[in-house]
Design a protein around this ligand. Structure first.
Ligand code: 5AD
Ligand code: SF4
Length: 469
């Protein structure tokens, strides 16, 4: 039994990170034969991709995927800890699993992901949800075969959560959700410690993958017919800083672009590490998508300082303008938190001012949610929730106005769209432009996986309609 420890998770060691290959003992390969699994994923793309690994590992153990949770033999929740509502959703689902387990005591149930890294969550599971068979964290996904084996041979919850970062494990099997677009991890963890954020505790120290391993993965995806890769990390611009290497994010981007895969994008950036060289590379290679997610969080220098963001409103706007100058067609999106402890009306107006200046293509907006163990959770916060909700509403109205305006610029234009799935609308396929605009296109199913020129015929706030030209 290995329990999570918040104090340990806060620490950053100088220990070298070990890189090794995934291995699975033969004794685990038949455990799942004749059984089905269901993995429910919460949260960000990192979790989505982790679930792709988890599914493939389970299939190597003989399990088969089942879309119906209620009928599956193994149910695993891959959780997110970023805000309180993510927590609540997971605990609601654990409640449902309890009933299922009462009806079908033979099923195996488990929890993994970011919530599993939290001491408070695992304590609650041990106190209130003893029926769960196993819990593991974000650092030992590759140990899933052994964890399941232990869980199936014990009659109490098997907990295996590491609070110091794990090794970098290459070649973990992967069952990708899409045949055309792939997630590629370039780094794990985050060392920025923004004061509101739980990620540096749940995902640990920043660890970059070696450039050659990333390039090999992209090349093999291209050979398999993938059209688009998204380079994934909590803070991708800091890629390579932890390696004793002579390359950084701009070099990586350039090397990935040179594989000639049709589309490359990356999430998420931190304005602090966004270099001029990176902007130049994005402008230089046509296959690097002109799409940048650039989290603002707040437009107030006072709040940015309290958040530990290491930039000012002025330096953010300067960076924004530089990107727009060198990559004029770039669509830029952002994340904004309202109601950070002590945020005044003046502070909030500074945020609105940045939104008015940047006129974002779209934005994810959140009310501050205190996360246990983070510095911001201890800060005095006397703004009533109703005021925070009003601010969120006002912000969303503004964001939506600019999102629609940004889309209106596409009307009657011809743009490339990667058709990736059947649309909810009959007879149409859904896809994205290289600027990450969702387009519903009248097209036959045979066109799936193709990048086609589409004339935009109608625009709304969140999507567009178009016809193949
Ligand atoms: N409260 C509200 N929003 C948060 N985010 C991260 N932590 C919190 C929190 N404690 C938001 C940030 C981040 C996005 C992924 O989630 O805006 O960029
Ligand atoms: Fe969290 Fe992103 Fe800040 Fe890292 S850079 S602490 S993941 S908000």
């Amino acid at each position: 039994m290995l329990m999570p420890h918040l104090d340990q998770a806060k620490k950053r060691t100088k220990n070298e990170v070990l890189v090794r290959n995934f291995e699975m003992d033969d004794k685990f390969k038949k455990i799942g034969v004749g059984k089905t699994y269901y993995v429910k994923t919460y949260g960000c793309q990192m979790n989505v991709h982790d679930s792709e690994n988890i599914k493939a590992i389970l299939e190597e153990m003989g399990f088969k995927e089942n879309d119906d949770m209620e009928k599956s033999d193994l149910i695993l929740l891959n959780t997110c800890a970023i805000r309180e509502n993510a927590h609540n959703k997971v605990f609601g689902m654990i409640g449902r699993l309890k009933h299922l387990k009462e009806d079908r005591p033979d099923i195996i149930t488990g929890v993994c992901g970011c919530m599993a890294q939290e001491e408070v969550v695992v304590d609650e599971i041990l106190n209130k949800f003893k029926f769960l068979d196993f819990v593991f964290g974000t650092h030992n996904i590759d140990e899933l075969p052994n964890i399941l084996y232990e869980a199936m041979h014990k009659n109490k919850t098997f907990i295996d959560v590491k609070s110091i970062e794990g090794d970098i494990v290459e070649d973990i099997p992967v069952k990708r959700d899409s045949k055309y677009k792939a997630w590629v991890n370039i780094m794990y963890g985050c060392d920025k410690f923004c004061t509101y954020c739980i990620v540096p505790y749940t995902r640990g120290k920043q660890r970059s993958r070696r450039l050659k391993d990333i390039i090999n993965e992209v090349k093999s995806l291209k050979d398999k017919g993938y059209k688009e890769v998204t380079l994934l990390g909590q803070n991708v611009n800091a890629y390579g800083k932890d390696l004793n290497a002579d390359y950084d994010m701009s070099d990586l981007l350039e090397e990935v672009a040179k594989t000639n895969i049709e589309r490359v994008r990356f999430v998420t950036s931190h304005p602090w590490d966004f270099t001029d060289k990176m902007i130049e590379i994005i402008g230089k290679y046509p296959n690097i998508m002109p799409y940048i997610h650039l989290p603002l969080q707040s437009g107030s220098d006072r709040i940015l300082k309290l958040m530990g963001r290491r930039y000012t409103k002025e330096s953010y706007l300067k960076l924004f303008d530089k990107i727009k100058k060198i990559v004029p067609n770039a669509s830029i999106t952002t994340d904004i938190i309202v109601g950070f402890p002590g945020e005044t009306l003046e502070d909030f107006k500074e945020t609105l001012d940045v939104v008015n200046k940047c006129m974002y293509d779209s934005a994810f907006t959140f009310i501050f949610s205190p996360r246990e163990g983070t510095p911001a959770a201890k800060m005095k916060d006397d703004t009533p929730l109703s005021v925070k909700e009003e601010r969120l509403h006002e912000l969303n109205e503004l964001v939506n106005k600019y999102a629609l305006e940004a889309n209106q610029k596409y009307l009657n234009k011809i743009v490339p769209v990667l058709l990736e799935e059947e649309s909810d609308k009959k007879g149409k396929l859904a896809g994205y432009t290289d600027t990450m605009k969702l387009v519903n296109v009248k097209a036959p199913k045979e066109m799936l996986g193709k990048i086609v020129d589409v004339k935009i015929t109608d625009v709304k706030t969140w999507s567009m309609d178009g016809e193949i030209v």
